[in-house]
Each structure stands twice: as C-alpha cells, then as structure tokens.
Write a protein of this length. Structure first.
Length: 254
C-alpha cells in the first residue's frame, strides 16, 4: 500500500511535518510503502519459498512481525535528480549525496526511528514511530493483531490523535513565529542605513518579543528608517539576510 491515510494518525502528522521541513531544503520524497496488509506480507514471504527469487523476509503474514503491518512504519524514496541527468526516476534510491541520511536526520528530530541507524541490516528508506520499540514484540504482546491495535485507544481516539494534534500545533506555532513579524509604527529617515550588531543579539518578531533569529556580533543589518518606540526604547525594523525583524537600536553600531 502507498496510501498515507492508512497509517497511524501520529505517523501521518509526522510525515506531513517531515515533508514540509525537507521542502525547505529542496528535498522531495515519495512513499513506496505504508501499511502492509497480511496478503502483501504473505506475498513477500512467498518469495524464495513458493515463488521464485531470493528470500526477502522471515515473517509470514500472520506472524505480524513487520512494523509495516502495524501501520506505524513507512518507506520513502527520492523524487529528485541526484545525478543531474534531467531525470528523477533513476535516482529514487540514489544516496550519492547522502540525501537518505539527511531525511533520516530530520525524521529523528521529529522523534521517528530511522532504519539507517539499525546495526544488522541498514534500511535507509525506513521510518517508524518509536514508542513501541524497534520490533513488533510489544505490540503483539499488547494487542495481538494489527486490527485490534487499530481499534485501540492508542490508535485513533486519544493518544494517537493527541500526538498528531501536538505535532501539527508545533508546526503552526513555528509558522506563526515566522510570519507574525509586526510592522513598524514610525519612520525616521535618519535611522536608515547599514548597521552592525555590537554584540550577539536577537532579531525579534516585535519590539522586544518573539525571537526570529540570533545574530552574531558584527552581523550586518539594513534599516530603511522604520522603527517602533516601546517603553522609551527605539527598536529598528531591519533586514538581516533574508529575514526581517526588530533589534533594539542600542545594540547596533552604524
Ligand atoms: Zn520499511
């Protein structure tokens, strides 16, 4: 199956966040495998047994030994032109630029387990929720079958939805912080010009609130004359690289 909607709600939420984060780095991924049905697992198990080819798994469908059968794992591939030949199809599993490692790194920041960290067989495209351990042992002991797990509270009703909600809330807050730059209230041509940070300081979303970025001492910023006065202090509205925000005038040298 390739349908993300069949996955545990928390994994769906984390996948959405992951894709968004990777988008900022121009990394595009697709999903080769999400929920694996019993029939699909049986089909894999048959390879190298009743069907030709090498064996690919030791887990028959009714053993539920694959995390994919529990809806808490997904395998990604790249939709990118890694080798620069103008095509993406031949690079779905091209790790020449360590893109799989980067995806794994970002996924781990979201609390996911990455198959690339496994010691025995490294599984670079594999990601899974981490709270039930690396293997289905705990799930099997607790729920017996994926079907029962999917009807349980930890799937859709309470914790799963809550976790999904928390994940999307966290993303919304990040988005808000990025877009909620207040507009400057006043203009004074004399304030326009290039400044340098006198010390390490914060670029703020508003006068004195909401850190947008930390600027190192000596960082150049540009002010076009807009500012806001708050509690007797002047906060210049400045551009620092691609970011804009407020910095207290005292912390800048012209
Ligand atoms: Zn996998």
């Amino acid at each position: 199956m390739r349908d993300k909607k069949l996955l545990h709600p928390e994994l769906q939420a984390k996948i959405a966040l992951l894709e968004k984060e990777l988008g900022k780095e121009n990394i595009k991924i697709g999903w080769a495998e999400t929920l694996r049905t019993k029939a699909e697992q049986d089909n894999l198990y048959a390879k190298g047994r009743s069907k030709p080819g090498p064996k690919v798994t030791n887990a028959p469908g009714d053993s539920y030994r694959s995390m994919h059968q529990w809806g808490i794992a997904a395998d990604f591939y790249l939709i990118m032109d890694i080798d620069g030949d103008g095509q993406t199809k031949d690079d779905a599993y091209n790790n020449a630029k360590k893109t799989f490692n980067r995806v794994g790194q970002v996924a781990k920041k979201l609390g996911l387990e990455w198959g690339g960290d496994w010691r025995s067989i490294k599984d670079l495209p594999h990601l899974q929720l981490s709270q039930w351990g690396s293997t289905p042992t705990k799930l099997i002991a607790t729920y017996g079958t994926p079907k029962k797990f999917m009807k349980s509270a930890s799937w859709g009703t309470s914790s799963g939805k809550k976790a999904a909600g928390n994940a999307s809330k966290a993303q919304k807050n990040t988005d808000k912080a990025a877009t909620r730059i207040k507009s400057a209230q006043s203009f004074n041509k004399a304030y326009a010009g290039v400044y340098k940070a006198a010390a390490n300081c914060n670029l703020m979303a508003g006068p004195g609130t909401g850190v947008v970025a930390t600027l190192e001492k000596g960082t150049q910023v540009q002010c076009y004359g807009y500012y806001t006065k708050k509690n007797g202090k002047v906060y210049l509205f400045v551009q620092a690289g691609k970011k804009t925000g407020f910095i207290q005038k005292e912390k800048l040298n012209k």
